[in-house]
Design a protein around this ligand. Structure first.
Ligand SMILES: [Zn+2]
Length: 297
């Protein structure tokens, strides 16, 4: 496990999923009422518990596990973590609740889309309904000295919500702002991706003027102009996907074309060239993009 303190009381934990560095981060907000942002996959929940221990957050201080959406790599560990964190509740978009309570359908669909990547993430445990906060847009929870705000942000998935730590102005966009590393940024667009909603969500984030962005994939960065870039990239990728699909191509052709036209994609594929996990995550995103344009947008 690796932990970085990225801001006063805010820590980024590298979950090292499947042994892979810099693939999935979770964040620990060490306030008197502490919170976790992103549970991560169930296969790494112990890593997160060890991180709490190392930072010195007693288990009964954790009040919230804020998950941006119920996909296995973000919300998968919720049920397992709740068993260990007696005072915690999971915060999720209302549309995510039923999949936390009964993850069987989510698991089935995820396995069919992700293949063996689903096994690396692991099968989630059910969450008791009385330990879930179905968060309406704009809900604020208090962490003593800080407020964590829920922002419904569909596009990546209909049940996606981002979180904003108000005083520190840190945005946790889940998958809504794409995958980031080392200054490079690409969209993450697994099925069912929606461009119009995704752009609206990003424009809304821009209105908050965040100072930092805590990317689940991967790590904390200064916000700079990355939200702008995320919008541009999404539009560019849809345009490229339309051209590729029109010419009769699919995921492989789209991958080749993006390597040609998008420097960030080229650099990220190079950065993670030995990472089967990341490259497969990328391919699942391309699948969603191809499906989106084939369905006539
Ligand atoms: Zn993800």
């Amino acid at each position: 496990m690796e932990i970085y303190e990225v801001n006063n009381g805010v820590y980024c934990v590298d979950t090292l999923v499947g042994g892979q560095k810099e693939a999935i981060s979770c964040f620990i907000l060490d306030f008197e009422r502490a919170a976790i942002v992103e549970a991560g996959p169930i296969s790494t929940y112990r890593t997160l518990l060890e991180a709490l221990d190392e930072i010195g957050v007693r288990k009964d201080r954790v009040r919230y596990i804020a998950v941006t959406h119920i996909h296995l790599d973000h919300g998968g560990a919720s049920g397992a973590l709740l068993k260990e964190l007696p005072e915690a509740k999971v915060i999720t978009h209302p549309l995510g609740v039923k999949h936390l309570v009964d993850p069987s359908k989510l698991w089935k669909v995820s396995s069919s889309i992700l293949g063996s990547l689903a096994d690396i993430y692991g099968q989630p445990l059910p969450v008791e309904a009385n330990r879930i906060i179905a968060a309406e847009d704009g809900l604020k929870v208090t962490l003593s000295g800080e407020e964590l705000v829920v922002l419904h942000s569909p596009g990546h998935a209909p049940h996606h919500a981002a979180f904003f730590l108000e005083n520190s102005r840190i945005l946790f966009p889940g998958d809504a702002a794409g995958m980031f590393m080392d200054g490079y940024l690409i969209p993450t667009t697994p099925p069912p991706f929606r461009l119009d909603l995704a752009v609206k969500s990003l424009e809304r984030f821009e209105g908050l003027n965040p100072l930092y962005i805590g990317f689940t994939h991967f790590g904390m960065s200064q916000a700079d102009d990355y939200l702008d870039k995320a919008i541009e990239k999404k539009k560019l990728w849809v345009q490229v996907a339309e051209e590729v699909v029109e010419a009769g191509g699919g995921v492989e052709e789209l991958h080749a074309k993006l390597l040609e036209v998008d420097e960030d994609y080229r650099n990220l594929c190079r950065y993670y060239s030995s990472s089967d996990i990341i490259l497969r995550m990328y391919k699942v995103g391309l699948m969603g993009l191809v499906e989106f344009v084939r369905n006539g947008r």
